[in-house]
Design a binder for this molecule. Structure first.
Ligand code: DMJ
Length: 673
């Protein structure tokens, strides 16, 4: 651009050289007088013709105007900045609403905005960000201020039934108007949770934040106190010897690791909330805040981590209103998503949550039917809360696919499904026990969760129960107990897993939700059987599997136990069903049966130094052979259902407002459209 020739004809002042010449070159013809350049040159001449005084006055005026300009810019700058720079909260919200950036709005409602109840992020209104007072969401008891738990705990634990003194609300609380019950949230009908919709809405609140603690707290009774005592004992063992690890080994006073994610602690969070164990809860919360990290090179089982970790975090978020749990739930939810990247979209069983890779077990490309169809409640709820539909899409696709599959027997499904072909494998074997159980449970519960609109789910559920009646129900001898056996290639087996004892509770839940009264009758018969699986055994504890006698034999009970099946893992299913049965019938015998079971757990599985242990031999009261392991579901499920069973407060996790996942973590029922 710049050349020596051009420089030779240029005026002496450097400033003008390039401007003048380049303008002429740009003009393309030597004779063309570029007006802009010409004007500049003539301005300069005029400036030179001015007197020194005139020039000084003009320069002074320019300088003055410039100073004024700078000052006014600075005073306008602050509010401008506050309108344009987003708070961390806003940024997180925006990134969590992909729908907002799409031409088509997201199918799901706007995401749950992460709350700021521990002061991590200031919560700002988009309209007046800098001026609003800091409003903390979530229960006041998790906010930083003098605790009121002691009063509440006294009420729960002491004999006095003093009503909790209301804490003088501060300004923020007046604005927020949310008082949370330690008994679990009560959602008034008009406040119930919105279902997914195609509209983008204001971020949803956790169900508890909407709740009003209007009722007098129902005092805790003796049996509930006994559950609290049992929980504390179990927790002591975990806290002393296994803190932050997956499972307690109470005899060796150590721990075992499965995923290395503090499984027991997470599984137990909402139980502590429901039992009112605030100190324990807060200590555990601290661990979640500071130590729980999912960016680990570890293989986890998709189903187990969904029902225990994702389910536990979501439910605790709803009960406590504490956004920490939602953030953690989002994190683990995202890390589990690679499982769905399979040729058939039927997820693999295992995911490496650090690497983002997934794979089936080493020996097969099959997944278990129960596992791929019992993660829906959790992923659907995660979509509803985050506004990110990918979670729900992935799990709904699995259900839709399974709905259309052949290989069912009157609604009963085989136990395996291939992740490449998407077809059932190992056809011809049907059970309501291991590997198929929660498929049936989640058909009904998804239907309830979604506001009873998803007809395919209901159809599949109703058909399956008909299939159970037709192929799997039998009566034992001598007591004529109705039980659910198994079918293998046309041959009936009188074998029933303890796992099947979820079924009476599920049937009762269906009947409560308007399904046929026959289901309730069947539930009543089956829960009696499940109870007998405890009552007919020497320790009063059920084995893992029983075989029922189909023919009366002198000196034989209904229940036979094979040596390999006589262990008890502290499982919840019978207590779970007892809870539903008591809620829906009010028949106290169910509470009494549960009370017997609790006492037998205390007698045969309690370890004096803390914790409870699974046992190897329910038939030997003098030596039940402790296995030295406390499963996380003992705290997550068994003791929680015990506590709920002994309660007469139907609002303590109201079954018209919450649906329990298969690990006993309550999730809100979406409001009907
Ligand atoms: C729990 O992890 C869940 O209840 C699951 O559905 C079945 N197995 C255990 C409890 O027995």
């Amino acid at each position: 651009m710049y050349s020596a020739a051009a420089a030779a004809v240029s005026p002496p002042r450097r400033d003008f050289i390039s401007v003048t010449l380049s303008a002429e070159r740009a003009g393309g013809t030597g004779g063309y007088n570029n007006s802009k350049a010409w004007r500049r040159r003539s301005c300069w001449r005029k400036w030179k013709q001015l007197s020194r005084l005139q020039r000084s006055v003009i320069l002074f005026l320019f300088a003055f105007l410039a100073v004024c300009g700078v000052l006014s810019y600075t005073s306008l700058g602050e509010p401008w900045k506050s309108l344009t720079i987003k708070s961390p909260d806003d940024q997180r919200t925006e990134s969590a609403i992909p729908g907002l950036k799409l031409a088509n709005p997201a199918v799901l409602p706007a995401p749950q905005k992460a709350d700021a109840n521990l002061g991590d992020y200031p919560e700002l209104s988009p309209q007046k960000p800098p001026k609003l007072p800091h409003i903390r969401r979530g229960p006041s008891n998790l906010q930083i201020k003098p605790p009121r738990r002691d009063v509440r705990l006294k009420t729960r634990h002491g004999t006095s039934r003093a009503v909790e003194q209301p804490v003088q609300p501060d300004k923020e609380e007046k604005t927020e108007k949310s008082v949370i019950s330690w008994r679990g949230a009560v959602i008034e009908p008009d406040q119930s949770t919105e279902p997914p919709s195609s509209k983008i809405k204001e971020p949803e609140k956790p169900s508890s934040v909407e709740a009003e603690d209007q009722k007098e707290p129902v005092p805790i009774n003796e049996r509930q106190m006994a559950v609290i005592e049992a929980f504390r004992h179990a927790w002591k063992g975990y806290r002393d010897f296994a803190w932050g690890h997956d499972e307690l080994k109470p005899l060796s006073k150590s721990y075992s690791e499965w995923f290395g994610l503090g499984l027991t602690l997470i599984d137990a969070l909402d139980t502590m909330w429901i039992l009112g164990l605030k100190e324990e809860f807060e200590e555990a919360r601290k661990w979640v805040a500071t130590d729980l990290a999912f960016d680990k090179n570890v293989d986890v089982n998709l189903f187990e981590s969904t029902i225990r970790i994702l389910g536990g975090l979501l439910s605790t978020y709803h009960l406590s209103g504490d956004s920490l749990f939602l953030e953690k739930a989002k994190d683990i939810g995202n890390r589990l998503m690679p499982a769905f990247k399979t040729p058939s979209k039927i997820p693999y069983s295992d995911v490496n949550i650090g690497r983002g890779t997934a794979h089936p077990p080493r020996w097969t490309s099959d997944s278990t039917v129960a596992e791929v169809t019992s993660i829906q409640l959790e992923f659907r709820e995660l979509s509803r809360l985050t506004g990110d539909e990918k979670f729900q899409k992935a799990v709904d696709e699995v259900m839709k696919h399974v709905h259309t599959l052949s290989g069912k027997n009157d609604g009963l499904v085989p136990m395996f499904i291939n992740t490449n072909s998407g077809q059932f494998t190992h056809l011809g074997v049907y059970t309501l026990g291991a590997r198929a159980d929660s498929y049936y449970e989640y058909l009904l519960k998804q239907w309830i969760q979604g506001g009873k609109k998803e007809n395919e789910l209901l159809e599949d559920y109703m058909r399956a129960i008909e299939g159970v009646k037709k192929h799997l129900l039998q009566r034992s001898q001598p007591k004529q107990l109705t039980f659910v056996g198994e079918l293998a290639h046309g041959h009936f087996s009188a074998k029933m897993d303890h796992l099947v004892c979820f079924l009476p509770g599920t049937l009762a839940l269906g009947a409560h939700n308007g399904l046929t009264a026959d289901h309730m009758k069947l539930a009543e018969a089956l829960i009696e059987t499940c109870y007998q699986m405890y009552a007919q055994v020497e320790t009063g504890l059920s084995p893992e599997i029983v075989h029922f006698n189909l023919h009366a034999q002198k000196g034989h009970k209904d229940v036979e136990i094979k040596p390999a099946d006589r262990h008890n893992l502290l499982r919840p299913e019978t207590v779970e069903s007892l809870f539903y049965m008591y809620r829906f019938t009010g028949d106290k015998k169910y509470q009494d049966w549960g009370w017997e079971i609790l006492q037998n757990f205390n007698k045969y599985t309690r370890v004096p130094t803390g914790g409870y242990t699974s046992i190897n031999n329910v038939q030997n009261p003098s030596n039940p052979e402790p296995r030295d392991k406390m499963e996380s579901f003992f705290l997550g499920e068994t003791l929680k259902y015990m506590f709920l069973l002994f309660s007469d407060d139907i609002d303590l996790i109201n079954l018209d407002k919450y649906v329990f996942n298969t690990e006993a973590h309550p999730l809100p029922i979406w409001a009907p459209a």
